[in-house]
Structure formats: structure tokens, C-alpha cells
Design a protein around this ligand. Structure first.
Ligand SMILES: [Fe+2]
Ligand SMILES: [Fe+2]
Length: 196
């Protein structure tokens, strides 16, 4: 269950939408690791490599993914809400649903982290914990697959179209600040910086 980070270079902070799309690909990749582990745990203990992959995935969702949620809720969505353009209408109607998805995902991540750390430490789980891990992974997959599709196909394209250049620059700067990167070259890829 090797974890490999994107083959193409990540976008820089001068391309905030590129970074947001990249983030979704990371969410899908790390969620895939948890889903595969959920399928194995009822049958057998995880190998050391699988445990390490699960740990990296749990760490990603604990440490980095919340920055992506903040990028959306604190930087992107408020700018979209401030748009008076009719094109923003449909997108604005679904922002609240997306925020509700974030809260639901937070709860599921807390649950899967608690159980997943036991699997990382010991390699295996009692049957009831393996079932709870699989249930949380399944529910997360269901939430994210619809959520990411809406953001990738509706919200981000509308925002790319409606936000002004200065707003896009500010979005990228806030994303950099959220990762404690201040005064960096915005064109430098974000690849080896704290992700989100
Ligand atoms: Fe989101
Ligand atoms: Fe997102």
C-alpha cells in the first residue's frame, strides 16, 4: 500500500485554485489508503508498510486537511458570498451544504483517527473496531466523492471566473500564511511545504 505523492509538480501559491485541486487529489489518495486498510483489517493484521501508510494518511487528515477546509471556509467561500453576480447564485446556495459536509467529515475523521491509531500501533483490530473503522471510511468516501465533485466542477470554476485578480492574489497569500509561509516566492511550487 505505497503512498506516493503526485507525479506532477504541485501548483504554487500564485495559482491558488491549482493548489485547491491538488489538495483534493491528496484527499482522494489518502482516503484510498484508509479504505483499502478497512478492507484488510477484518481479515488479517496490516503489514509494517501498510501500517506506515495508514499512519501517514491519518496524519494528513489530522494535520494538513484542516488547512484546506480553512482555505475554503475562511478565504474562498466569503469572497464568493460577496459576489453579487447572478452566475454566483447557484454556487452560493450550496456553500452551506459544503460547510455541513466539512463538519460531518470532521466528526468521522475524529472517530477513524482514534481507531486507526490502534491499528497503526498493533497492526490489527478487534472485530467491532474493524467494523467501526470500515463504517467511518465508507461514510467518508461517500461524503468526499460528492463533495469534491461539486467543488471541482461547480464551485472552483465559478470562483475562478468571478474573483478578480487581486482577490485571487489575496487568496493565495492567505493560503501561504495558513501554512506559515510568509514572504515566499509565490511562483515556487508548494511541493515540499506543509500541505493542506
Ligand atoms: Fe470542501
Ligand atoms: Fe475542498
Amino acid at each position: 500500500m505505497p503512498v506516493t505523492l503526485g507525479e506532477k509538480p504541485q501548483a504554487g501559491f500564485d495559482d491558488p485554485f491549482g493548489l485547491l485541486f491538488d489538495c483534493h487529489r491528496r484527499i482522494e489518495m489518502f482516503l484510498g489508503v484508509l479504505t483499502r486498510a478497512a478492507g484488510l483489517l477484518p481479515e488479517r493484521a496490516l503489514t509494517p508498510e501498510e501500517r506506515s501508510a495508514v499512519e501517514r494518511s491519518l496524519n494528513y487528515f489530522r494535520d494538513a486537511a484542516p488547512r484546506h477546509t480553512a482555505d475554503e471556509e475562511r478565504s474562498l467561500f466569503p469572497r464568493l458570498r460577496a459576489c453579487s453576480s447572478p452566475e454566483a447564485g447557484e454556487a452560493l446556495r450550496i456553500l452551506e451544504e459544503l460547510e455541513a459536509d466539512h463538519r460531518q467529515a470532521d466528526q468521522l475523521h475524529a472517530a477513524i483517527d482514534l481507531i486507526g491509531r490502534q491499528a497503526v500501533a498493533g497492526g490489527s483490530l478487534p472485530p467491532e473496531d474493524a467494523a467501526a473503522f470500515a463504517d467511518a471510511a465508507d461514510r467518508l468516501r461517500s461524503i468526499y466523492s460528492a463533495h469534491i465533485q461539486v467543488e471541482d466542477r461547480q464551485i472552483f470554476p465559478v470562483a475562478q471566473q468571478l474573483l478578480s485578480e487581486p482577490e485571487k492574489v489575496a487568496l493565495g497569500q492567505e493560503m501561504a500564511q495558513r501554512r506559515s509561509i510568509v514572504g515566499c516566492n509565490p511562483k515556487q511550487p508548494a511541493g515540499n511545504r506543509p500541505a493542506g
